[in-house]
Design a protein around this ligand. Structure first.
Ligand code: NAP
Length: 460
């Protein structure tokens, strides 16, 4: 038998996850010059992962990545198997039997925890839940957020926190022409939120926002961005940090914060208040609902670019009825694949999944499940290409026999009662969503329940 990747023995690869890193991996495989068949397995009936369910609806430019993925999906020998959950509908062992290689590109689906008392009181949520809810993710369709609260706290100062800020700070009028889910728009239209406190455990020079996203927070028509000028005083380590060339994003952020402080409030209906050097240490409430967050005041400790927040012993209280923890995402384990619970990733070496240091033949990872939740959408392209390079370098070491791929998997799934959503099926769902949005002046009105998507296909 010829080695996998030849006309007689096409290389069969299952890509698990239809988000950015999955599509970039598929593209790299299908354009590798080898004879390859790619089956992309996605647990939802809709592809595009974080671009569909994570990118904020008021950032349509970022969603244009989908146009690129739609072209990749039309490449010859690309197959979508949507509505299939690996670990439930099909095991990793079964995939290993029917594919030469599996690339896990399943992202970071859950959130990290603060590990403080009161974290699970009603009114305290993860940003992940809120983001997925306003983006119409079926798993989060039934979540409720108490938008009757006038004061909201957001823990963390990264771009996800910035997204949550904007969605809370904008009026329903400003959001109604986006692809925001209808249930979220309805709820946000009744919002009484007036004050949004964005809390960073380190200083102005260490906030994780990118410049464009931070600047945008100062340009909201209905919300003032407020920074206390005292927070702009930098310790000597931070001054050194900002002079490091590669740290130009932070240097620019500090300039933007300075501009916010100089401008002050102008009486807009909502206020976005930045806090620095404060860490939540407890969330308190009565009758199981949160009412306040206890914030420890911090100082910075450590060398430039390695400064960590250390509590000073002083605390502040912030009364608030709603809180979002936006402190980073984490991956979830899949039975049959080693998992590093501390980092929330599959352990890898050059994209090859390892178990206690030993490479697991045929198993690879790409994107956030490989390197953790960092970087922008485009960062995943180089990451996926690197993983595919490792897979192609391994061809002579992969199982040499011919594999059946989707031709074997589809009947197996059908026998188990799984309704596999193909690319053609998805295109029908896609067209229906676009049509539903038209009368509302929206790019699409997403289906927010899996049953609705399947009904759109089968009419039952
Ligand atoms: P992030 O950029 O890593 O920010 C996480 C924030 O949480 C940081 O301020 C971090 O502070 C803080 N934090 C972490 N642990 C904490 C704790 N125990 N207590 C208090 N604060 C804590 O993560 P993200 O906002 O989730 O974004 C993930 C990735 O997606 C990033 O690469 C981001 O740029 C990207 N993204 C991009 C866009 C866009 O391009 N528009 C939109 C959304 C997301 P420290 O710095 O002190 O750790």
């Amino acid at each position: 038998m010829d080695a996998p990747g030849t006309t007689n023995n096409p290389l069969r690869v299952a890509v698990v996850g239809a988000g950015p890193s999955g599509f970039y991996a598929a593209e790299a495989l299908l354009k590798s010059g080898k004879t390859v068949r790619v089956d992309m397995i996605e647990r939802l009936p809709a592809p595009y992962g974080l671009v569909r369910y994570g990118v904020a609806p008021d950032h349509p430019k970022l969603k244009e990545a989908i146009l690129v993925y739609a072209v990749i999906a039309r490449l010859p020998h690309f197959n979508l198997l949507g509505n299939v959950t690996v670990g439930r509908d099909v095991t990793v062992e079964e995939l290993r039997a029917h594919y030469h290689g599996i690339i896990f590109a399943c992202g970071a689906e859950t959130d990290r925890h603060l590990g403080i008392p009161g974290e699970d009181l009603a009114g305290s949520h993860t940003a992940t839940e809120f983001v997925a809810w306003y983006n119409g993710h079926p798993d989060y369709r039934e979540r409720c957020f108490d938008l009757s609260a006038e004061v909201v706290a957001i823990i963390g100062q990264g771009n996800v926190a910035a997204d949550v800020c904007r969605i809370l700070a904008k009026s329903a009028d400003e959001l109604k022409s986006t692809d925001i889910a209808a249930h979220a728009l309805d709820a946000l239209a009744t919002s009484r939120v007036r004050e949004i406190h964005v809390i960073g455990r380190r200083g102005v020079a260490q906030a994780k926002f990118t410049n464009k996203e931070l600047k945008e927070l100062g340009e909201l028509p209905n919300c003032d961005a407020i920074v206390d000028p005292r927070d702009l005083e930098l310790n000597s380590e931070s001054v050194v940090e900002l002079e490091v060339k590669s740290n130009f994003v932070s240097a620019k952020n500090v300039e933007i914060f300075r501009a916010f402080a100089a401008r002050g409030a102008s009486g807009k209906p909502r206020r976005l208040i930045f806090h620095f050097l404060k860490s939540p240490v407890a969330i308190k409430g009565a009758a199981a609902h949160m009412e306040q967050v206890v914030l420890a005041r911090n100082r910075l400790e450590g060398a430039p670019l390695q400064q960590a927040a250390r509590e000073t012993g002083e605390t502040d209280l912030l009364q608030c009825g709603l809180l979002f923890r936006s402190i980073g995402y984490s991956g979830l384990p899949i039975p049959g694949v080693p998992f590093d619970a501390r980092k929330g990733v599959f352990p890898t070496q050059d994209g090859r999944i390892v178990d206690g240091g030993a490479v697991m033949p045929g198993l690879y990872a790409a994107g956030w499940i490989k390197r953790g939740p960092t970087g922008i959408i485009g960062t995943n392209r180089a990451d996926s290409i690197a993983t595919v390079k490792s897979l192609l370098a391994d061809l002579s070491r992969l199982a040499p026999e011919a594999k059946g791929g989707a031709e074997v998997l589809k009947p197996l799934l059908a026998a188990r009662g799984t309704r596999v959503v193909s690319l053609d099926d998805w295109l029908k769902i896609d067209a229906a969503e676009v049509a539903r949005g038209q009368s509302k002046g929206k790019p699409r009105e997403k289906f927010t329940r899996v049953a609705e998507m399947l009904k759109c296909l089968d009419g039952s």
